[in-house]
Design a protein around this ligand. Structure first.
Ligand SMILES: C[S@@+](CC[C@H](N)C(=O)[O-])C[C@H]1O[C@@H](n2cnc3c(N)ncnc32)[C@H](O)[C@@H]1O
Length: 182
């Protein structure tokens, strides 16, 4: 079974929830959105489905990027390891979406901090954390040390992630603070 088929067979729901949350807080469909850890493009497709036109994507897997490219949904796609220190992104986005990507097995909490450099002032970050990530106290402490210092939490919802295997996730909408809190 392909990656997409396996997720679809478990009713992978987080990308749609992230896109809906994004649309609620960002009404301009010409806004520039970056889908980090875009995989094969399931998350990008949902962002397009709610009306956004300018969506770029990144992943650290060329295989995933190749599949995403074939879907013709992204304006630009590039290889980026979210755990690296250098983000070779020469653009400031209105919003960044991280659907199913921040977890103890994928991107580290520190990627939230690095995203600050590629977000506009008051830019939005929409990210999910599944039940497994939330159970990891050390991981969650690291997330909220960064969030509390640099962002305002606009929304947090709990709902389906992979209902086929009874796994849920939180979806957060956070806004970059203009001035850092000390
Ligand atoms: C669960 S998939 C989610 C893909 C997509 N966002 C979606 O919702 O369908 C996780 C993706 O993160 C990518 N990934 C994992 N660790 C990464 C890292 N450190 N930097 C960049 N991409 C990473 C994987 O290659 C994979 O495509």
């Amino acid at each position: 079974m392909s990656y997409d088929d396996e997720l679809k067979s478990n009713n992978y729901s987080t990308p749609k929830r992230c896109a809906k949350a994004l649309k609620k807080y960002l009404t301009d469909s010409n806004s520039h959105i970056l889908d980090i850890g875009c995989g094969t493009g399931l998350s990008g497709q949902e962002i397009i489905n709610v009306g956004f036109k300018n969506v770029d994507g990144t992943d650290f897997s060329d295989k995933m990027l190749y599949e995403a490219k074939n879907k013709n949904i992204y304006k630009r796609l590039f290889n980026l390891d979210l755990n690296s220190n250098f983000y070779n992104v020469n653009f400031n986005y209105n919003a960044i979406v991280a659907a199913g990507i921040i977890s103890p097995h994928h991107a580290n909490p520190s990627c939230l901090e690095k995203c600050l450099n590629i977000l506009c002032n008051s830019g939005l970050l929409i990210f999910s954390l599944n039940d497994h990530a939330v159970e990891n106290k050390n991981f969650m402490d690291k997330i909220f040390m960064i969030v509390d210092k640099n962002f305002e939490i606009l929304e947090k919802t709990y709902g389906d992630h992979l209902p086929g295997i009874k796994l849920n996730s939180f979806v957060y909408v956070i806004k970059k603070l203009k001035i850092k809190k000390y």
